[in-house]
Design a protein around this ligand. Structure first.
Ligand SMILES: [Zn+2]
Ligand SMILES: [Zn+2]
Length: 332
């Protein structure tokens, strides 16, 4: 009998699904790509044909120009070659999906990136029982336990309230984190205009088009120093300490990222106010998810594989590390 999942082949540039002749999240141009979500380490331009959710395709269009696309709705089931395929919400960013692959009586779920806590900008993760669960492990160490998001947002709002003459400049990645932060602020009762760096505009517009309510956003570049006092300003992390931020009134520099748990990362970016807000599962979410999907094997990518592998082994779940390249740049 063939080894479990012998039809799924991990290569450094992505996961090859042989009976479909298709790749999941390939980092090189391929004839057929199944794309979990729009982050640049998963979604690249140049493929012959792209299967992805309408939201992910819109994000890819926005970044790479029109894609040779095949939109896939959550829950829709279709065939690619000899494989039955469906996309299920992953709760990571707008349009993010796990990809469910069925062939020869085996079910394999490729999680892509995911998280389990509520996110007002996207559909919640749905656990799918499977034989092989291919999971990310960005925060795959027991030290990574993200605090409650509401508490982090309230800390930010309190600091803003205490500093009416300054602004708080928050570094947030342009896809996902920026829009999540805005909606979390709205959920905590902050309805003032939020000022954004120009690099965030297109993706914020795209989220709004897909019905994510972001409230009033204003371009930070057009605002005077006085107008920005007592305001929240969002910018990509790369703009935190560059010339752009000099226009702001004595900013308090913050950054929203799961990595803000690591003090050294906050120091490197000269971040005064680290906010631990992550779009990835923390250790408890990873292990809870593996228990829920109850796979016979776990294949681990994308981060700190070792500890999660050990955790699986001690529970008699076969586990294996995949060495895919190029992850993490945009993701936190
Ligand atoms: Zn991602
Ligand atoms: Zn990723």
């Amino acid at each position: 009998m063939a080894r479990l999942g012998s039809w799924i082949e991990p290569f450094s540039e992505g996961i090859y699904v042989r009976p479909a002749d298709a790749w999941v999240d390939p980092s090189q141009p391929k004839p057929t790509a199944l794309v979990t979500h729009g982050h640049a380490d998963h979604a690249r331009g140049g493929h012959g044909k792209v299967f992805a959710t309408p939201e992910t395709l819109a994000i890819m269009d926005c970044r790479y120009g029109p894609q040779p696309d095949r939109p896939v709705a959550y829950g829709e089931s279709f065939r690619v070659g000899d494989v039955q395929v469906s996309f299920v919400p992953a709760g990571h960013v707008l349009g993010s999906a796990q990809i469910v692959l069925e062939h020869g009586g085996e079910r394999v779920v490729v999680s892509g990136d995911y998280k389990r806590r509520p996110d007002p900008t996207c559909a919640p993760f749905e656990p799918v029982p499977c034989d092989i669960f291919i999971t990310e492990a960005t925060f795959g160490l027991p030290v990574f336990r993200h605090p409650a998001t509401a508490g982090e947002i309230d800390r930010l709002l309190l600091r803003l309230h205490d500093n009416p003459d300054r602004c708080i400049l928050v570094g947030a990645y342009a896809l996902g984190k920026a829009q999540r932060l805005i909606t979390e602020l709205r959920c905590r009762g902050h309805h003032d205009p939020i000022y954004i760096h120009g690099a965030l505009q297109r993706l914020c517009d795209l989220y709004a088009q897909f019905g994510v309510p972001l409230g009033e956003l204003r371009p930070a570049t057009e605002a005077s120093k006085d107008e920005l006092r007592g305001r929240i300003v969002l910018a990509p992390p790369s703009a935190l300490n560059d010339r752009w931020s000099r226009r702001l009134p004595n900013p308090i520099t913050a950054m929203a990222s799961g990595w803000m748990r690591v003090r050294q990362r906050a120091r490197q970016r000269l971040v005064e106010m680290p906010l631990i807000v992550s779009d990835h599962a923390d250790w408890d979410e990873l292990t809870q998810t593996i228990q829920e999907v109850a796979p016979r094997e776990v294949w681990i990518t994308h981060g700190r594989e070792e500890a999660l592998k050990h955790w699986c082994m001690t529970r008699q779940i076969k586990a294996r590390e995949l060495n895919l390249v190029g992850y993490e740049d945009e993701d936190d």
